[in-house]
Write a protein that binds this ligand. Structure first.
Ligand SMILES: [Zn+2]
Length: 389
């Protein structure tokens, strides 16, 4: 029977009601015993919605709780993300925990940053490095054979859960083939994140990461991974400077990368401009302004040489998580610029519009007068400007 749109909406609303009720129950619970009660009901409900591909009900429940700014929103978001990235798989050796993880990389280059299939030899070296320094000896893993840009990560909860399931099926081979034709195009920035994505599987309840098993603490794991991954990932990033980040569960790793990419982009831009223009960082001026839709969405930083009017390069610093106008974001940007060697910093106080170039879609950046302008690198650069219009 064909369902009318209104009956579908009614159904989505009933299912969202259930999620809201359970999440509010969990938020108001007064004991671990009651927590477990609500958590298991919430988990069961989320699992069946993911199985049905019912993204609408998950988002409807989140939207409803977001309006009320309740703790229940955090509980529900945690429960959904937790269920999307983790499952218990039945195997002939008994039940195993399977966790979707990401190993983010921050990279910058004068050339377009690569996003590409990962050759078998790099998959092998990366798996080996992950097994030796990040995951416990009991862990099996499978990696997707693609070096993802942020634009190419799954967009919905259901798609992310599907990726986890596809990777889980590839555990015996250790590698999962991704069809590049199914992935989106990537917006090019001087500096950006790239991701190695995989699943790790251990006997249910056992340690997944080395820092859980007492072998090493988080800092030691990070140090060893930075060293090992430089060699393993170098073939993927020719002519790029890059830093590996700690491999963690998928959602937290992506959030770590979003946060670290902001100061990384500033440092990369200063290094790029200083070498391209053969000037020292203190010859550059940075103009920082907050861009608004209904509320503050992001800061944009325009770079100029000395007192010159032209903006030659720009960086977007998006707000993340609970950050808003009251957060110390502007101060953090100013500190990052100073630490990168920039001494001339103009902090604009006015509300700027979120404007983009009509021709190429590039963000416009503020100049010292508070006008939004197109960043144009002068001709001294070896390669032609990306914006010739
Ligand atoms: Zn343009």
């Amino acid at each position: 029977m064909k369902k009318s749109p209104s009956s579908r909406r009614g159904r989505a609303s009933r299912e969202a009601d259930v999620l809201v009720e359970f999440a509010e129950g969990l938020a108001q619970s007064g004991s671990r015993a009651e927590d477990h009660f609500w958590e298991s009901r919430l988990e069961h409900e989320i699992e069946s919605l993911l199985k049905d591909g019912d993204e609408g009900s998950l988002n409807a429940a989140l939207d409803r709780l977001a309006d009320r700014e309740s703790r229940a929103y955090e509980e529900l978001a945690d429960a959904i993300e937790g269920r999307v990235e983790h499952a218990v798989a039945a195997t002939s050796d008994g039940p195993r925990d399977v966790l979707l993880f990401a190993a983010p990389v921050l990279a910058w280059s004068r050339m377009p940053l690569p996003t590409r299939p990962i050759p078998a030899a790099v998959i092998k070296a990366t798996s080996q490095a992950l097994s030796e320094v990040v995951f416990t000896p009991a862990a099996d893993l499978a990696l997707a054979n693609y070096f993802f840009s942020p634009d190419q990560l799954p967009e919905t909860f259901c798609d992310t859960a599907d990726l986890r399931q596809t990777l889980t099926k590839s555990l015996p081979e250790g590698v999962c083939k991704v069809d590049p034709a199914t992935l989106k195009e990537t917006a090019q920035f001087l500096a950006d994140q790239r991701y190695i994505i995989g699943v790790v599987s251990v006997p249910q309840g056992e340690a997944i990461f080395r820092w859980q098993s007492g072998d090493a603490n988080r800092e030691q794991v990070m140090q060893r991974w930075m060293e090992q991954s430089q060699a393993a990932l170098a073939p993927l990033l020719p002519a790029c400077a890059f830093e590996s980040m700690l491999p963690r569960a998928y959602y937290v790793a992506c959030r770590d990368a979003d946060r670290s990419a902001r100061p990384f982009s500033i440092r990369a831009s200063v290094a790029f401009l200083a070498t391209t223009l053969s000037v020292s960082p203190n010859a550059l001026t940075a103009v920082v302004g907050g861009c608004y839709n209904r509320q503050l969405e992001e800061f944009r930083v325009g770079f100029a040489v000395g007192e010159e009017e032209e903006i030659i390069h720009g960086v977007v610093w998006p707000l993340l998580g609970a950050e808003d106008e009251m957060s110390d974001v502007a101060e953090e940007i100013e500190t990052t610029l100073k630490d990168s060697g920039i001494q001339h910093i103009v902090m604009l106080r006015q509300r700027l519009p979120m404007e983009y170039c009509d021709d190429c879609g590039a963000p416009l950046y503020p100049n010292a007068d508070g006008e939004m302008v197109h960043a144009e690198l002068p001709d001294v650069a070896e390669q032609p400007s990306q914006h010739l219009h």
